[in-house]
Design a protein around this ligand. Sequence first.
Ligand SMILES: Nc1ncnc2c1ncn2[C@@H]1O[C@H](COP(=O)(O)OP(=O)(O)O)[C@@H](O)[C@H]1O
Ligand code: SF4
Ligand SMILES: [Mg+2]
Length: 380
Amino acid sequence: MMGDYLAFAAVQAPEPGTTTTATRWGSATGWRTYSPEEVAQSDVLLRVENLTKRFPVNMGFRKKAYVSAADGVSFDVRAGTTVGIVGESGCGKSTAARLVLGLIEPDSGTIAFEGVDVKSLSRKRRRELRRDMQMVFQDPYSALNPRMSVGDSIAFPMRVHGASKDEARERAALLLRQVGLHPNHASYYPHQMSGGQRQRVNIARALALNPRLVVADEAVSALDKSVQAQVLNLLTDLQEELGLTYMFISHDLNVVQYMSDRVVVMYLGQVVEECASDELYEQPLHPYTQALLGSVSGLDPDQPPGPRLEGEIPSPIDPPSGCRFRTRCPEAMPVCADQRPLIREPRPGHFVACHLFEEGDGHAGTTSSGPAALSPALAM
Ligand SMILES: Nc1ncnc2c1ncn2[C@@H]1O[C@H](COP(=O)(O)OP(=O)(O)O)[C@@H](O)[C@H]1O
Ligand code: SF4
Ligand SMILES: [Mg+2]
């Protein structure tokens, strides 16, 4: 997995009161569209670049503030692999998922699917793209219509996309088998099934239109541990069988490690570290990742416990200047309050945004094994 080059750059948008010399990742004018040859070479299915999203919140009489839910979020997802996104609740994981799926619009930044900026697509192609990207949600019960039979729920997206009743019914039966249920379950209603079975139904429904990318947002968080393992194994088997690409989101580091080839660690709307899954757990570099790992029990009984995560997450309405983690970081230095840390690559394919790694290699906003490693042609 060390050879994976999945690119990451927490591209640095200057914050008010913050000095940074960061530049954009990519060309000065923004993202570029790849030729089909370049995409074929790169193997990148999804590229998220510098996504920013702020939500307005009402602060009382005529007072408005903004929640910074995503701030310069960038990562790539290679076809056929799983990228895990991990971080505490409220760090922007679901916002990133909703942006990728087009459920909300970014304030700025780019999402490219197979090298093509989704903003540049025709309406027709955008509709097709919705088929290519599907989501499995956290709560398997509320994600299903309680008044619809399981078979109808799975058939619904196919019917919407023009399949006949018989075609949809036949495929629903096949999908039920594929997710480890019996075709007879088609006549069940959600309340007649267990949580694990319902999540299998959700997975079947997500697969109905033959997607390329499946975004699983806390997909097993509501399930018991033993059922979690079964559903995770199912997802892994389906990935192999169908060549799926996953964006796997969870606050649970153990689950993310189990599932992912690469992991993106988020804190308060920003990506702070990204690398191969094994490496993240063996040699985490960012103090936040180290603290997250220190807070997880049972990863490795032979390892001495690392630093623990102390304190509360600051408000995303008024995040700390400079490094957003500085109010909880045991290593914080004066520079951390003044400047947002630039992205560095202290080890090949291992990216971190922290002032502790600002010496030596790396340069503002780009990663040497990021786009450049795809092929010279992609490294604008
Ligand atoms: N529609 C919204 N309106 C206002 N704030 C929102 C909205 N959606 C998310 N947020 C805020 O954005 C931040 C990130 O939320 P979210 O992406 O759901 O985090 P996560 O999935 O990591 O728990 C949180 O502070 C959350 O309260
Ligand atoms: S930049 Fe400073 S405050 Fe932020 S994680 Fe690194 S050492 Fe800690
Ligand atoms: Mg969430």
